[in-house]
Structures are given as C-alpha cells and as structure tokens.
Design a protein around this ligand. Sequence first.
Ligand code: NAP
Length: 324
Amino acid sequence: MAENVEKVVIIGSGPAGLTAGIYAARAALKPIVIAGSTAGGQLMTTTDVENFPGFPEGILGPELMQNMMQQAERFGAKLLYEDVVRVDLSRHPFVVETSAGNVFRCLALIVATGASPRRLRLESEAKFFGRGVSTCATCDGWFYREKIVGVVGGGDSAMEEALYLTHHANKVYVIHRRDQLRASKIMQQRAFSNPKIQFVWNSIVTEVLGNDKVTGVRLKNVKTGEESILTIDGLFLAIGHEPNTQLFKGQIVLDEQGYIVVDRFQRTSVPGVFAAGDCHDHTFRQAITAAGFGCAAAIMAERWLGELEAKGYETIKAEFVFRP
Ligand code: NAP
C-alpha cells in the first residue's frame, strides 16, 4: 500500500478533471489525477463533438479526451487509472483511497467525478441491461445492423443517439414522454428530417419485453392512458444523467438531487475541497463549461494552498463561511 502526501488530488478525468489537471500542473502543483478505470468521462462514448471551440470541423469525443490527457501529462500531471473507493474529508490532509489500494493524503482536493446515464428503474430494464438495453449507441449500435431500435428521451443526447443509430438500424423510434423536444433546434431539425427516425410522442416505457433477447417494449400514452406494444430489437436510454457523488454523501453539502453544492469560486462546504463539472453543474452540462469549471477550480485550489501556507488549516476552517 503506497502512502503519499500531495498538494492537489483531482478525482475524475473528463473535461473538468483534465482541465484542472492542466492548470494545476502548470502551476507546478504536481497534481495526481485519479482518472478512473474507464478514463475520459462521457465524451469517450460520443462521436463527433461539433461545439468545442477550436475544432471547426468537429473532433471525435475520444480523440478530444486523449488530447486533454496528453496535454495534462505534458505539464507533469500524473494520471492513475484507478477508481476512488473512499474519501475522508473530516481530517486534513484529506484522505483518498483507490481501488488499487493506494492511499493519498492531499492538501487540496478537486472533485470532477461527472455524471452517469440515468436509468428508467424498471425491473425488466435491469434484466436486459447490456443484453438489448443500452445507454451508449456508439458502443452498441453496431449490434443493431438492419434492425429496429427505440431511443428513450427528448434531449440532445437522445437525438444524437437516434441519429447515430440510423447508420446501423433500419428504423429508429424516439420515444418521448412529452410532445415537444428539449433538444437544441439544430439537433431537432436533423432528427425530424431523417427518414429512418419516427417519433412516438407522449409515451413512456413501462416494460421491456423479451425472453433471452429484447423483442419490444410496452408503452403507455401519458395523455390517454392507452397501452401498446412496440416491436423493437434494442432499446437505448438517453434520459439525462445523475451526478457521481455517492462518495461524498454526508461529507460535503449535496443538493436534493445529489449534485455538489458550490459557491461561485467552485468551493464546496469543506474548505480545500473544490468541485468542477457535471458533478455540481446541472444547468449547462457542456464539455466546454466543464472545462471552464475545471480551470476555475484549479486556480482557486492554487490560491487556497497559498492561504493554507499562510494561515494553517484550523484558522481557515474557523473563518470559513460557505455561501453558495
Ligand atoms: P436532458 O437535456 O436532461 O434531456 C433528458 C431527456 O430525457 C428529456 O427530454 C427528458 O424529458 C427525458 N427524461 C428524463 N427522465 C426521464 C424518464 N424517467 N423517463 C422518460 N424520459 C425522461 O439530457 P441530455 O439529452 O443527456 O443532455 C444533457 C446536456 O448535454 C444538455 O445540456 C445537452 O444540451 C447537452 N448535450 C449536447 C449535445 C450536443 O450539443 N450535440 C449532445 C448531447 C448532450 P423532458 O424533456 O420531458 O424533461
């Protein structure tokens, strides 16, 4: 078991964590970025990223993340491909334990743990998850060549998944609980003009049907109450995300949906712990905003380390007033 004391540990390696890593590394803080066993965050399961500034022709999500990792490492950030299994923020230096048995003690902590795809929470969905029910079209779309699939959701992710699936499947139903999409206008237009996509409005999935594989879904029209069965070979969920903040429950203030509460300087309720990206932001949730929050968190962590050196933790803690 290795034991180290670090200036900054960053948990997470999406745009927020890696941007924090770049900035902290350039501030000579030698950050440890605990990237997770599946590093790179949500963009690793995306295809083209068309709205990240600096890439006029777009860039593939995994390529963008690979670039950020290289950039962070170039300035001295150390990336570890392990998962964090426990944190102790009740003492300072903070304690961070990883799945590989490493225990880090750190003066400042940046939490950039992101969010994970939301699930419908149906028993039948759990039964078929990974065997006909998926949250990643780019990962699993290939299995549905010339088949019929459903996508649940009405946001940008749902449109993106549906459009991607049209490259493989013969038909894509978008099942949405309302009669209006939440997705941006450009994504709506693309979906509406794709002849392979058909919308099923005002409907929710109440059951995933099948024996050893998915054969369809039971739908309920939320306006009429009417039930129907839609024959499909696979179901993709694109119904938003939930923050990955379970590790911090009871240790820092979370809101009622589990997002980390921060003030405008990315500070959490524990002095020395900063948060960035989808683990705290349920408003913008963009790669570029996550990167911006990561930058801000690293700058604040650096300033905070200066304050720590000058005052000591106990004084800072006694003076700290959390005003989100
Ligand atoms: P989102 O915008 O929150 O949309 C989630 C969708 O799922 C909504 O249409 C919602 O319905 C529906 N939904 C939520 N819970 C549901 C449930 N239990 N059952 C059925 N439907 C449910 O999430 P997102 O699409 O993942 O997008 C997240 C953020 O990333 C957004 O800011 C989006 O703009 C951004 N994004 C951008 C791009 C792009 O620009 N290309 C691509 C992907 C994501 P209601 O509409 O009724 O609430």
